[in-house]
Design a protein around this ligand. Sequence first.
Ligand SMILES: [Zn+2]
Ligand SMILES: [Zn+2]
Length: 254
Amino acid sequence: MRVYFYMPKFAIECHLKNLLATSLQILLPQRCVLCDTLIRDTAWFPAPLCETCASRLEEIVGQRCASCGRALISEERFCMECRETACEDLRIMPVFMYRGAVAVLMHHYKVRERRSLATYFAFKLAPLIISVCATSGLQPCDVSLVPIPSRPEKLRAGKRDLVAALAIALSAWGFKSIQVLARHSNSVQQKTLARTDRFTNALQAYYLASSAGIPQKIILLDDVVTTGATLRACADILRGAGAEVLAAAVIAAD
Ligand SMILES: [Zn+2]
Ligand SMILES: [Zn+2]
């Protein structure tokens, strides 16, 4: 009896990438961004993080707050912080808590622009996004990732758009991305504002880059979430153009 094995395209790609990674590790040995030890076998490619440091990252597991996506401890539905202002209009799904080793790692990504970390973050975000798709009965190819745009003045200063880089890294898992949002120059930075003013400010800071070609089903993508005001405002803008925003996938919750 002949047995056929089905290997999805991305599994073949991962296998080839791991083969390439092994060859590269011999030729150009990589060091961990957090502890500087030499990196050997890893499950992702390229891997600027050792297994020990990866295990020190505070990942959000178990029940999540329905408003902000942070882990629930003994609370029900909403975390203590969200209890007063909780809203369930957008499912926010951060992978990590922004503290300890995660904060250091994010510094390497955002400030020191270690772009290869995008592959690691995509490796952690992909299962989360796939689970969001699955709960809506969708495949990764049915949704479009929409990255939250960087500040234009930052890009003009030569900085990289690291959320867009994350979207590109996620294409290895079959996700397509489209930049339909844009951000006004010199918009007021959210971190300088009180929580209550952030939503209105974000509504004024972002706009549709083009009303043509807005995908029907969208998952927003961002690097860090604090109050969720930016994500909620961007979701409102896209819904106003007729899109269904399923969730927002984020690397870390501050
Ligand atoms: Zn390490
Ligand atoms: Zn919460």
